[in-house]
Design a protein around this ligand. Structure first.
Ligand code: FAD
Length: 441
């Protein structure tokens, strides 16, 4: 009989992994604490839309649902920087205008992956089932349900239950020497809205990720298919100017008028949104190992939550699903080896991504505002075009390739000036050689 996989959490990675495991003909049962997203359950406190790029799209393609998932996605071709005077500067993400990141609705994507999983008759999904703990040795999950405590026994339990995973918590409590580290940024985030214009269209450039960089904090906005934008303010929790000190409508209005004057007229519900929407925290979680014998395994944010500034958390979680699937294929009769290889292949990459994501916060909130940043991006694009296959900027490697994150980070570690000096010399040499040949001909 095929093994029974009990999955805890039907978020983005849970739904996709269930589809992959369903295709491999395992017996899959997915338990989700929330109500069915198709019944209008909104995922409160999480980003409404996200950026999906090459790694995430590849994972969807492998299971045949990329077109369906991306049907309503909006391509974002570059960063649109809003300075304090309202002046706009656009920097493309890549020298190739076809390379873009895509704004996609979390709820729609979640529904797509769950429905993809449910197409396999060997996959079942149960909503409103909150897991409370796992008995690791027996692969049993316990639930708190409305009526009575319940339990589900599998051959294996997979924790796809996000950054505050109870599966991981059970591993922490039951595995000697389990390594765990969590660190919070001093910044929190709050989502706000720019609604569609009177004619239903987007009130700012639709095909861009908008950034209002303000050195120690920033606001960003991603487009939605209904003509609106979801804005996210990333700001200090504490301090003289912070979420803590900006409570009254007057304070909020003053802060926005000073910092984001061009956005304020587009945000008629700013004060209500600010009051009503929760302030989320930003956590990085690292742990090891991600598995226990052949019984339990962690995937996605449960194994490695990262801050959102590289737009890669979900992309990395989807990449986990691809790698775990490959490992299960490689060791069909030895699940523990499959889990061990999955952990080995993913751990250093998840750690590298965690560092890259924190680094990119500084780049987005501070450096994107400068002329030097824009000049550096132009130089990057020139070098990438001239030295095709030799030079790839870090952002391109992370976002538009499937080069492992740790390899990308290592390649980009040389100081910028050494890279630029050598590459410029090489480009000049190449151009000179080309001219020489043309003249000689
Ligand atoms: C503000 C913000 C912006 C982001 N932007 C991007 C972006 O642009 N691009 C990108 O790639 N990533 C982004 N991310 C990261 C992305 O949201 C996560 O990496 C992704 O959601 C991880 O998927 P997951 O399935 O592992 O976890 P989740 O999506 O968190 O899903 C976990 C699921 O488990 C369920 N669950 C939890 N506990 C239990 C329990 N006890 N019992 C049963 N079910 C349970 C939850 O209800 C949920 O459905 C962003 C994150 C934030 C906070």
């Amino acid at each position: 009989m095929n093994s029974k996989f009990v999955l805890i959490g039907s978020g983005l990675a849970g739904g996709l992994l269930a589809a992959y495991l369903g295709r491999r003909e395992y017996n899959v049962v997915l338990y989700e604490r929330r109500a069915d997203p198709r019944e209008g359950n909104t995922v409160s406190g999480r980003s409404i839309n996200l950026a999906i790029s090459t790694r995430g799209i590849h994972a969807l393609e492998q299971i045949g649902i990329a077109d369906e998932a991306l049907r309503h996605a909006i391509p974002m071709r570059g960063r649109m920087i809003h300075d304090k005077s309202g002046e706009l500067h656009f920097t493309p993400y890549d020298v190739d205008p076809k390379k873009c990141i895509n704004s996609i609705g979390r709820a729609a994507l979640n529904t797509t992956v769950i429905e993809a999983a449910q197409r396999y008759p060997n996959v079942r999904v149960h909503f409103n089932q909150k897991c409370t703990d796992i008995d690791l040795d027996h692969a049993v999950a316990h639930f708190e349900t409305a009526n009575a405590p319940a339990a589900a026994r599998g051959d294996v339990v997979i924790g796809v239950d996000g950054a505050f995973s109870v599966v991981r918590k059970s591993m922490q409590m039951q595995i000697d020497g389990f390594e765990y580290d969590e660190s919070y940024l001093a910044h929190g985030y709050k989502e706000l809205t720019i609604p569609p214009g009177a004619d239903g269209s987007w009130q700012m450039e639709k095909n861009a990720l908008h950034i209002w960089p303000r050195k120690s904090f920033m606001m960003i906005a991603l487009p939605n298919p209904d003509g609106s934008f979801t804005c996210t303010l990333f700001w200090e929790f504490e301090g003289p100017r912070s979420f803590a000190t900006t409570k009254t409508d007057d304070n909020v209005r003053r802060f926005f008028n000073e910092e984001f004057p061009d956005a304020v007229p587009l945000m008629p519900t700013l004060l209500e949104d600010f009051r009503q929407n929760p302030t989320g925290s930003l956590v990085t979680i690292r742990c090891a190992p991600w598995y226990y014998r052949d019984k339990v395994c962690l995937v996605g944010d449960a194994a490695h939550a990262v801050v959102p500034f590289y737009g890669q958390g979900m992309n990395a979680a989807f990449e986990d699903c691809v790698v775990l699937d490959e490992c299960l294929e490689k060791f069909p009769d030895n699940r523990e080896r499959a889990f061990a290889e999955y952990f080995e292949r993913r751990k250093e990459n998840a750690d590298a991504l965690a560092d890259l994501a924190i680094g990119n916060f500084i780049e987005m909130r501070d450096k994107t505002a400068s002329r030097t940043f824009r000049a550096k991006k132009k130089l990057d694009h020139f070098l990438e075009a001239t030295l095709r296959g030799i030079y790839l900027p870090l952002y391109t490697m992370v976002t538009f390739t499937r080069i492992p994150y740790a390899t990308a980070a290592r390649r980009a570690r040389l100081p910028d000036w050494i890279i630029y000096a050598s590459l410029l010399s090489l480009s000049i040499l190449l151009i000179a050689l080309l001219l020489f040949r043309l003249i000689a001909d």
